[in-house]
Design a protein around this ligand. Sequence first.
Ligand code: AVI
Length: 315
Amino acid sequence: MLEQFSIDVDQGLSSEHKYLPSKYFYDKVGDALFVKIMALPEYYLTRAEMDIFEQQTLSMLNAWALDKHQHFELIELGAGDGSKTKKLLTTLKRKQYNFDYLPIDISANALDQLEASLARELPDIKVHKQQGDYFKILASLKSSHHPKVVLFLGSSIGNMSDEEANGFLIQLGKTLNPQDKLLLGADLIKPESLVLPAYNDSQGVTRDFNLNLLARINRELGGDFDLNQFKHDPSYTQQEGIAKSYLTSLADQRITVKHTGKQYWFKAGEKIYTEISRKYSDEIIQNIIEGSGFQMIDKLTDQNNLFADYIFNKR
Ligand code: AVI
């Protein structure tokens, strides 16, 4: 793990246009900052998708057209704290559906907490947590002949480029059987005045989240980044529908990272690209599902039309 982090950091900081992969945001500090982000007044995404899960779980069940008597598997990729999914689980239980809930996450800690909270709040639900790589776990589940419904919430797909998202959905499609379902959360394209503050909040939590990448390099790889010499620098254009986050160097400076055994030079104003947060339209969604075998069967949006949960059937 540390080796791969070191290799990725060296590759990103040695590149002509410097970058760092956003998956490294999520260590213990980053997880805690992300929990704070989700509660920020400016970060509308979580509340908007929660609104869909509070108001429209019956529409989800309609779209999935599941037979109440046939056992199915509800699989969640990157389950986190499961707060939205608990709304769905409550409806499924109330309507007496026959299912198991399989949350998949890379973080064993997040899964343990989710399992404990479900045991308290929804003790009748059968939970089989699965820790590890999404596709390895999905591949191991493919032989089960129970129908599957996969949830991928929070617009996490938006942290991939369209090309990566397409590759991800093609790979996901291969792990499912015909008639299995996918519910994909996607933040919708909207004006800059709404999107940019979500990535540049007034309390500076998103700034700390972004800078934690450098702090993590200092902690784990023996880097000597001075966090005061880098600025959180988000951008968004409505025309493209893409928010990007950068860390911009405030001075000419040289950084040493013990673990890579290298030094990296920065010019004042030079940027490290750290994250894409893609926003979607139906057309862009159609583009990224190309070749995956998924067919769109429904689209549920929140009351303010900020966010959509797209529902697909695997052909
Ligand atoms: C997890 N992901 C969908 C978040 C987003 O909105 O792109 C991560 C995040 N980055 C900054 N704020 C939130």
